[in-house]
Design a protein around this ligand. Structure first.
Ligand code: UD1
Ligand code: UDP
Length: 367
């Protein structure tokens, strides 16, 4: 039995590496890993941390790449790998352009698709863009749906996907988090924030680049002007467009530390030591609830409703006034802070990867 796993960005790697580690233990399955290289440094950081064996790297990344670049380059190159390897199944993750193009390529080669993190939805193809489109397309051609939660399963059932093909596994982000977080963790970023409230900031979404991101950063600067006990750490995404805006707004603010993207081990531990988090990231919304860290979601909608229901996430949009007010509330309203920092974990028990691998084994045996 041969399984080809395809991924290419940081978040996919963080959530697929635990699955790959589990696959590496199996004797019945030959596990082949193909990186598209949609990301470069940010992907390599994860591969090195988890020490997984890579069979192919398509190295497609270009500076300021367009969606067309990513989709075309993956489609053009992955076909050859599928023809060489002839896998019994292709495994993809989530909602990136890598996932979409890899699933499409498998479909064109009549190879079944397994989708890790299936069933997340906003039902607005503009937000997140293009991820909502990507994941709905992947699920049109998926044979095995690995839904992280019952809520995700319900959404798939509402779309008339077959119950027998849907499995609630938990989210593999929790498997990764269980490996990385250490209570004794300490480093220079934490030291820099000592005696201050540390806000951890990340922002990179395509639909936020430009005016929305500028409005968010303006709100953060206003907060820092008013509250002297606050410090912001911002590991800046490698996207040059994001870096330019971050530099423009925070380059001269001594209360903001702009740093390079962190290795997943350092990032998870920094999350765990932060006061709260400002982000438009998807993965961070899944990780924060189990660490009990409040998150203000810098987007108009979220597909991670479980975290909103758990009380850890609040969707605050991107308008300066609203972002400012919500940050101020978390800084000044102790009850609100305590309500949001209650640790709950709607995303599973850390054994999602084991379940996924067992289900794949059963499926491939039956074929
Ligand atoms: C991609 C995904 C998004 C995911 C995000 C995670 C798509 C369309 N978007 O968006 O869903 O949330 O990854 O971070 O699939 N760059 C580097 N080095 C790197 C990574 C990126 O230099 O290691 C730069 C390149 O100039 C690249 C740009 O960042 O062109 C944007 O990368 P891209 O993958 O197109 O978009 P993301 O915003 O990272
Ligand atoms: N992350 C990381 N280093 C960083 C910032 C984030 O390792 O400097 C991790 C984070 O813990 C989460 C994932 O990267 O697991 C989220 O990736 P990103 O925000 O780039 O993508 P998204 O989840 O929005 O698709």
């Amino acid at each position: 039995m041969k399984l080809l796993s395809v991924f290419g960005t940081r978040p996919e790697a963080i959530k697929m590496c635990p699955v790959i580690k589990e696959l590496e233990k199996q004797t019945e399955i030959e596990s082949i890993v193909c990186l598209t290289g949609q990301h470069e440094e940010m992907l390599n950081q994860v591969i090195e941390r988890f020490k997984i064996k890579v069979n192919y790297n398509l190295r497609i990344m270009k500076k300021n790449q367009s969606l067309t670049d990513i989709t075309c380059n993956v489609l053009m190159q992955l076909g050859q790998v599928l023809e060489n390897e002839k896998p019994d199944m292709v495994l993809v993750h989530g909602d990136t352009s890598t996932s979409f193009a890899a699933a499409l390529s498998a479909f064109y080669h009549h190879i079944p698709v397994g989708h890790v993190e299936a069933g997340l939805r906003t039902y607005n193809v503009q937000s997140p863009y293009p991820e909502e489109f990507n994941r709905q397309c992947v699920d049109m051609i998926t044979d095995l749906f690995f839904a992280p939660t019952e809520y995700a399963k319900e959404q798939l059932l509402n779309e008339h996907k077959k119950q027998s093909q849907i499995f609630v596994t938990g989210n593999t982000a929790i498997d990764a988090l269980n490996i990385t977080v250490e209570t004794s963790y300490y480093n220079t970023n934490i030291e820099w924030c000592e005696n201050h409230k540390m806000i951890l900031l990340t922002a990179h979404r395509r639909e936020n680049i430009g005016v929305p991101m500028e409005r968010i950063f303006e709100a953060v600067n206003k907060i820092l002007d008013k509250y002297s006990d606050v410090r912001v750490i911002y590991p800046v995404h490698k996207n040059p467009k994001v870096r330019q805006i971050a530099q423009k707004y925070f380059g001269n603010n001594s209360k903001v530390r702009l740093i390079e993207p962190l290795d997943v081990y350092d990032f998870h531990n920094l999350m765990n030591k932060s006061y709260f988090i400002l982000t438009d990231s998807g993965g961070i919304q899944e990780e924060a609830p189990s660490l009990g860290k409040p998150v203000l979601v810098l987007r108009d909608s979220t597909e991670r409703q479980e975290g909103v229901m758990a009380g850890t996430l609040k969707v605050v949009g991107t308008r300066t006034e609203q972002v400012y007010c919500e940050i101020e509330r978390l800084l000044t309203d102790k009850e609100e802070y305590s309500r949001m920092s209650h640790a709950t974990n709607p995303y599973g028990d850390g054994y999602a990867s084991k379940r996924i691998v067992e289900i794949i084994k059963e499926y491939l045996k039956g074929k």
